[in-house]
Design a protein around this ligand. Structure first.
Ligand code: NAD
Ligand code: UGA
Length: 469
């Protein structure tokens, strides 16, 4: 029986390994993590992450061929294939701070693998890492190897949160990079055999290590670039009377461009787009390519511009001040169908409004009050650095309250900001909401999900992204 161990029971490690266990009953999969609370949650009925379809997959395999454990050394030493899916955040201090990837967690994982291994292993980079990381990992492993053979593979993950299980069941492609030696090719074959249990062979792509590592950064950069492109157009639409939805539809009908990922928004969020582009920018700078670095930097700049533009629109529409006014924030997660708030645009928008002394009443169906207060108290890039953080006791941001109902959030509010596209926000009783708000009642739709004309009929003043007022 092939044994797989995965270091890191997060948004990637948990769902990815659960699906491997489901699709490969003959393989034993153990997911390990240094966080005891995370592992305890994976072993409970309340999984640590919200992801549609995940509960069912975990229920079917947990205890059969899927296990969650904090005994890292035991399971690493017994495994044939070790996935490393630990966090790779942006560095907050030292060389490359604010741009380069912090590989502390990866390096400590690699050193532990070298320490406890007694048999040959395939070590798989699942985390998103800078191109050439495999070379550094190889050095750490082989210099400490005691004669054991380690093959490093790059197998980046392309799942998106909220659709992770669907994406894993039916991936556009599985990418595996390895050394071009016979041993490297054999390792690629072993990992392909795992995926071949359910992924059609023509979707399993083998490349060299550096192409695989770079393809992951490139894919995220291209995706984020599409959003910044449509968001840049949204500003021009507002200035000219064009409608960004109509422009995106017309542009996306060109089969060379395609219709996906062209929804204008308050800005992209999530743990990876910004982090991975900053990382790409840093690599370009280190390789003496400032023009290429600046090209990609612009994607982040437009995203920041879009968030600032949104805040400015709220303040300027509400007679240039929101001081003391209650503003309801509907949605805090970085997208619908997830409770994840990492780099959510809601953080920047809320901080911007708080900076103008607004009183916020925040509602999100999946995000806890603790999480929101913590997010609003942290500085940029700190969120994914547990070792730099004090044990969780954020000073709560007094002007921001968190409530568990959209009607409560909007009661007596002067304005509403919709920051996540949760389906339930489309079907709220907006007449009831209007009746309970201060007048004039404003709606700022950062996701273009409400029917602006209907809301205007009720009496709201509505601002949508990239649409005529
Ligand atoms: P995460 O923070 O949810 O999970 C990482 C886990 O690794 C944490 O639970 C942490 O405790 C654990 N960890 C850290 N050091 C460890 C060690 N030495 N040994 C064992 N466990 C350790 O992160 P994530 O969202 O799952 O992302 C992981 C990686 O995958 C990142 O590189 C990210 O860029 C990449 N990625 C993420 C997504 C996504 O949608 N979240 C998608 C594709 C790729
Ligand atoms: C993204 C990629 O889609 C995944 O392929 C990749 O594996 C992952 O990053 C990663 O490396 O972490 P994710 O961040 O989970 O996945 O979610 P997306 O659906 O890509 O959305 C990212 C952000 O862009 C969200 O804030 C979303 O609301 C926003 N977005 C997306 C738009 O504003 N407009 C769009 O048209 C699409």
């Amino acid at each position: 029986m092939v044994k797989i161990c995965c270091l890191g029971a997060g948004y990637v490690g948990g769902p990815t390994m659960a699906v491997i266990a489901l699709k490969c009953p003959s393989i034993e999969v153990v997911v390990v993590d240094i966080s005891q609370t995370r592992i305890a949650a994976w072993n409970s009925d309340q999984l640590p992450i919200y992801e549609p379809g995940l509960d069912e997959v975990v229920k079917e395999c947990r205890g059969r061929n899927l296990f969650f454990s904090t005994d890292l050394e035991k399971h690493v030493s017994e495994a044939d294939i070790i996935f490393v899916s630990v966090n790779t955040p942006t560095k907050t201090r030292g060389l490359g701070a604010g741009k380069a990837a912090d590989l502390t967690y990866w390096e400590s994982a690699a050193r532990m693998i070298a320490d406890v291994s007694k048999s040959d292993k395939i070590v798989v980079e699942k985390s998103t890492v800078p191109v050439k990381t495999a070379e550094a990992i190889e050095k750490i492993l082989t210099h400490n190897s005691k004669g054991i053979n380690f093959q490093i593979l790059s197998n980046p993950e392309f799942l998106a949160e909220g659709t992770a299980i669907q994406d894993l069941f039916n991936p556009d492609r599985v990418l595996i990079g390895g050394r071009e030696t016979p041993e490297g090719q054999k390792a690629i074959q072993s990992l392909s055999d795992v995926y071949a249990h359910w992924v059609p062979k023509d979707r399993i792509i083998a490349t060299n290590l550096w192409s695989a590592e770079l393809s992951k950064l490139a894919a995220n950069a291209f995706l984020a670039q599409r959003i910044s492109s449509v968001n840049a157009m949204s500003a021009l639409c507002e200035a000219t009377g064009a409608d960004v939805a109509e422009v995106a539809h017309a542009v996306g009908k060109d089969t060379r461009i395609g219709p996906k990922f062209l929804n204008a928004s308050v800005g992209f969020g999530g743990s990876c787009f910004q982090k991975d582009i900053l990382n790409l920018v840093y690599i370009c700078e280190c390789n003496g390519l400032p023009e290429v670095a600046n090209y990609w930097k612009q994607v982040i700049k437009i995203n920041d511009y879009q968030k600032t533009r949104f805040v400015n629109r709220v303040v300027s529409s509400m007679f240039n001040t929101v001081s003391g006014k209650k503003i309801a924030v509907l949605g805090f997660a970085f997208k619908k169908d997830t409770g994840d708030t990492r780099e959510t645009p809601a953080i920047d928008v809320c901080k911007g409004l708080l900076g103008d002394k607004a009183r916020l009443s925040i509602y999100d169906p999946q995000v806890t009050e603790d999480q929101i207060q913590r997010d609003l108290s942290l500085n940029k890039f700190e969120w994914d650095h547990p070792i730099h953080l004090q044990p969780m006791s954020p000073t709560s941001v007094k002007q921001a309250t968190v409530v568990w109902d959209a009607y409560e959030a909007t009661k007596d509010a002067h304005g509403i900001c919709i920051l996540t596209e949760w389906d339930e926000f489309k079907t709220l009783d907006y007449q009831r909401i209007f009746d309970n708000m201060q007048k004039p009642a404003f709606v700022f739709d950062g996701r273009n999900i409400v029917n602006a004309d209907k809301l205007r009929e009720i009496g709201f003043i509505v601002y949508s992204i990239g649409k005529p007022l």
